[in-house]
Every structure is written in C-alpha cells, then in structure tokens.
Design a binder for this molecule. Structure first.
Ligand code: PEP
Ligand code: MN
Length: 264
C-alpha cells in the first residue's frame, strides 16, 4: 500500500512555501476554531506567528454537532484567511466538508483539512485525492488505525501523495475530557507509515487547562507537530472557547515544546 513503510522507507516531507511538515523541524498549526471576523482572525494570526507558529488554522465551514450552532462564515471566512496569509506569510489550513466545496476551498487554502466526522466520507476522500493541495486527515471519532490508514490510502490512490495524519482524540468510556488523546498511536504510526503525524490536544481534551501538558507529551511522543486552537477572548468564542488558549498562554506553550523538540 502507498501509505506503508514498505512502499516508502523514508519519511514523507511536505513543503509549502518553505515550511516543512514531517521534516526535522517542529510544525505548529495554530489559530481560532472558527473564523469570526477580520479583527479576530488577523490579531490571532499575528499573535501565533510572533509566538513561533508556522501554519495558520481557522474554520470557515464548521462540522457542528448541532444544526443550530454557528456553521462558519463560508467563503467570506476563506477570504479573510487569504488576507491573513498575505499579511503574515504563513500557509493556511482550513476544513472542507463537502465534495462540492473542494474547488472553492482549494482556491484559498494551502492545506485541506478533512475533519474527524468525514474520515470515512469516501467520495470526499477521492475528491481531495484529485487536487494538488496537501490534505490533513483527522482520525475519526471511533476509528482504528487500520481504518484511518485505509482512508489515507483512498486519497493517495487518486494520485495525491501529500497526506498528513492528525490524532485528535477518540471516543472511549470515560468523560473526564472531551475525548481520549491517543498518543500511544504515534509510535505505532511511525512504524506503519511514512506520512507526517500531527497531534491535536485541543479537540482531544476539550479543556484549555490540558493543552500545555498534552502538547509537551505530544512532541515527546515523537509527533512532527501540533494543531492548537487560540482565541483572543476564549470566553466569547463562537465555537470551542473552553479549549482555546489565550495568545499569552500559547507563547508559553511554544517555549516549552520548542525545548522538548530541540532535546529530541
Ligand atoms: C477542527 O479542527 O476545527 C475540527 C472540527 O476538528 P475535528 O474534526 O477533529 O473535530
Ligand atoms: Mn474546534
């Protein structure tokens, strides 16, 4: 299989505008859960860049559990994301939820994110496999490693080899946090696949108090990088405020994880 170490022995390194994902340097994707407006996105983008983040995240099409929750700014959000990229020089990542949105999102985004809820949306996997944009595939809420890698295979089988895997927590019996952050999957993935591995403690734990320690653990586990939600005013965030870090806490996170990455 194309995902396997047998097929390709060396780690895959994906390069976007000089930023390498899967190489020796730490990659941190940070930004708000949802794009809420120009000031919110641009101020967060400047703050995470100053702290050392290399890729800007921000959702414009949001997979919300409730149909009555904020669904995202759509194309207006994508335009703000493009403006933030222009301003900061950071590549941007955003979620695409539907085959019909792929061309639109690919116009604005440097990396297409496939969310946990769409990990086995096979039509969408095939469709992003026919674009030239790198794809970050988040692990499904109850997916085994085998399911996950076969979903990556769907993308690669269509010709797109630039796939990034993202562990974002899975459903287990316990509810002390939003999900169970399965960091023990990292060394297993390292053996099975050459693809870059990102870990997302924000969606995995759902609690800002857990983000610093679990980011340290994520880098120590051997992941190539992190995805972190940051918001200038988490209490007022339109989505995922409870798990979003204030910019000043994100600065502290970067200092700590950089030290761990350097020591590895
Ligand atoms: C996100 O990263 O914005 C998101 C919705 O994550 P997940 O698909 O992991 O729930
Ligand atoms: Mn979120």
């Amino acid at each position: 299989k194309l995902v396997s170490r047998e097929y390709r022995e060396a780690d895959t390194i994906i390069e976007i505008n000089g930023v390498q994902i899967g190489g020796p340097s730490l990659v941190v994707m940070a930004g708000p859960c949802s794009i809420e407006g120009r000031e919110q996105l641009l101020s967060t983008a400047e703050a995470v860049k100053a702290a050392g983040a290399t890729i800007l995240r921000g959702g414009a099409f949001k997979p919300r559990t409730s149909p009555y929750s904020f669904q995202g700014m759509g194309e207006d959000g994508l335009k703000l994301l493009a403006e933030a990229r222009e301003l900061t020089g950071m590549p941007v990542i955003t979620e695409v939820m539907d085959t019909e949105q792929v061309d639109l999102v690919a116009e604005y985004a440097d990396i297409l994110q496939l969310g946990a809820r769409n990990m086995q949306n096979f039509a969408l996997l095939k469709r992003v496999g026919r674009t030239r944009r790198p794809v970050m595939l988040k692990r499904g809420l109850s997916s085994t490693v085998k399911d996950w890698l076969l979903s990556a295979e769907y993308i690669m089988a269509e010709g797109n080899q630039a796939v990034i895997l993202c562990e974002r927590g899975i459903r287990t019996f316990d509810d002390h946090s939003r999900g169970t952050f399965d960091l023990s999957v990292v060394p297993v993935l390292r053996e099975l696949t050459h693809l870059p591995i990102i870990v997302d403690p924000s969606h995995a734990t759902g609690r800002w108090q857990s983000i610093l320690p679990m980011s340290r653990a994520g880098i120590a586990s051997g992941a190539d990088g992190l995805m972190i939600e940051v918001h200038p005013n988490p209490a007022e965030a339109w989505s995922d405020g409870e798990q979003s870090l204030l910019p000043e806490r994100f600065v502290e996170l970067m200092e700590q994880v950089e030290r761990i990455a350097d020591a590895m």
